[in-house]
Design a protein around this ligand. Structure first.
Ligand code: SME
Length: 154
């Protein structure tokens, strides 16, 4: 992985080690992740509570999708399939739930605690085909450090 992405993973690990509850961990992480690229136009967390994805801390425009059922949206698909999803052209994906009319591409990466999904990282970009495999790898590593920190706090 390139230096900038490795650095972000380290920076998230360090920042969240100083946070002592779930909300503060997620807020610290989302702020750093969002700063990584000007083309991350909505960066946030969803948390899985009673089979509903509830929006957590985010940076970006207010979203109408504060609660997403597991069968709905790209977010619901990633949580159901327990794997990251990259969508190059959201308009061509019938699952897409729009947060903003300007969104062109999206990545959703589950937060996995063992084989259980506890939430996910969701990023929208106004650039088409913005997210690459290297972003998936970076966000999976970040998801992992977040889950490890949340485990330490419970
Ligand atoms: N686009 C997501 C919904 C979340 S908003 O983008 C913040 C989806 O299709 O599930």
């Amino acid at each position: 992985m390139d230096d900038a992405r490795s650095q972000l993973i380290d920076n998230v690990r360090i920042a969240i080690s100083e946070q002592n509850n779930e909300q503060d961990v997620l807020k610290a992480a989302v702020g750093l992740i969002d700063q990584f690229s000007e083309d991350f136009d909505w960066t946030g967390f969803y948390l899985l509570k009673d089979k509903i994805l509830e929006v957590g801390p985010y940076v970006g425009p207010e979203t109408p999708h504060t609660r997403i059922e597991l069968g709905k949206g790209i977010c619901g698909a990633a949580a159901t399939e327990k794997k990251a999803i990259i969508v190059d052209n959201v308009q061509a994906d019938s699952r897409f739930l729009a947060c903003s009319l300007t969104t062109k591409s999206e990545i959703v990466v589950p937060l996995m605690d063992g084989d259980k999904v506890i939430g996910e990282i969701d990023i929208d970009s106004n650039q088409p085909s913005f997210f690459k495999e290297v972003d998936r790898l970076m966000l999976e590593a970040i998801a992992n450090v977040i889950v490890n920190r949340l485990r330490e706090l419970t």
